[in-house]
Design a protein around this ligand. Structure first.
Ligand code: ADP
Ligand code: MG
Length: 319
């Protein structure tokens, strides 16, 4: 199987997607955005053993490769439309490719994102780059830099679950009930990106970032970009029952703050919008929790019942 056969077999699907003037098969994709929309362009690379453990199912690798990019588009207040895929493979392993493509297209369908091109190369390690182009209303772009003193800090979902799931995948000897294991592993393998919620909350929010490197580190980046400080109140951190039961209170809190891989949305908003924001969460079945506040100055603090507690986590760093 050469790369042309590989592309045809696994990555070309019948039926054109909306806005695709030229798709797979030419030198480039030609795309037509909706009237008045700005484009948001993101790319994320996943390296085997760095971004996923080798024991992760190929379908989950494919799903995550799309979801982590969709998460960046959502964090800008955008909706994903099209993607390209650059694959470096150590071998044309048909079973792996079939699983990978299945997971990739599951995410493509869930997040309404059409695959419009890509590249396939042979190399010494499996590396996956997905580039997503989305659309955003130029009047409601969600930047990291829009947080203002007095805004509240919110997060969707239950951070920490994905990092817990990754630990369970890596170390099967950790004791966990069947349902809890399945829930936490799925939170790593199949991130539930809050696309519709993010796009609709954008007009109400000041700033946003997606949680990929750990909630504390990412909230700190948002505040830094906004030239502000703030605090997170540890007693308000939303945590899943599964996280608490498998990892306990202390480690559960640590994972929620520093775990990463959540792909939840962390955002700030004026308290005047809180009722509308919580209502929007209900409409979209997205849990939303207020976890802190933006203040003047600089730096993010962690508090417990209003008193400062020591916590230092730089977030995930490659170098
Ligand atoms: P070129 O040599 O012009 O870069 P290629 O021969 O690499 O083109 O690719 C042929 C076509 O297949 C292009 O339209 C490209 O976008 C598409 N393609 C290549 N790899 C993939 C992939 N993994 N998934 C989807 N489309 C792909
Ligand atoms: Mg070409």
């Amino acid at each position: 199987m050469d790369e042309f056969e590989l592309i045809r077999r696994y990555f070309v699907r019948d039926g054109g997607a909306e806005g695709v003037v030229v798709g797979i098969g030419d030198d480039g994709a030609v795309l037509l955005p909706g009237p008045g929309k700005a484009l948001v362009s993101v790319v994320d690379t996943l390296v085997e053993s760095v971004h996923w453990p080798p024991e992760l199912a190929a379908a989950d690798v494919g799903f995550r490769a799309v979801a982590v990019n969709v998460s960046d588009v959502a964090a800008m207040g955008g909706r994903p439309r099209w993607m390209t895929l650059a694959l470096t493979l150590t071998a044309a392993d048909e079973q792996w490719l079939a699983g990978f493509a299945r997971g990739l297209f599951e995410a493509a369908d869930r997040y309404a994102t059409a695959l419009v091109g890509g590249d396939v190369t042979h190399g010494g390690q499996t590396v996956i780059s997905v580039q997503v182009t989305g659309e955003v209303d130029p009047a409601h772009v969600l930047r990291r830099s829009g947080a203002k003193p007095g805004h509240r800090i919110y997060v969707t979902g239950t951070p920490g679950d994905a990092a817990a799931g990754l630990q369970l995948i890596r170390d099967p000897s950790i004791r966990a009930g069947g349902d809890e294991r399945e829930f936490l592993v799925a939170r790593f393998a199949r991130p539930d990106v809050r696309v519709a919620f993010a796009a609709e909350v954008a007009p109400l929010a000041g700033a946003a970032i997606d949680v990929s490197d750990g909630l504390f580190a990412d909230a700190g980046k948002l505040l830094h970009a906004s030239g502000a400080g703030g605090f997170l109140e540890v007693t308000t951190l939303p945590r899943s029952a599964a996280l608490a039961s498998v990892f306990g209170e202390k480690e559960g809190v640590r994972l929620a703050l520093a775990g990463g891989d959540d792909y939840e949305l962390c955002f700030t908003a004026d308290p005047a919008h809180e009722a509308s924001i919580l209502e929007l969460g209900k409409q979209h079945d997205v849990p939303v929790a207020c976890i802190g506040e933006v203040r003047g100055g600089s730096g993010l603090l962690l508090t417990r019942h209003g008193r400062k507690v020591e916590f230092a986590d730089p977030g995930y760093r490659h170098f």
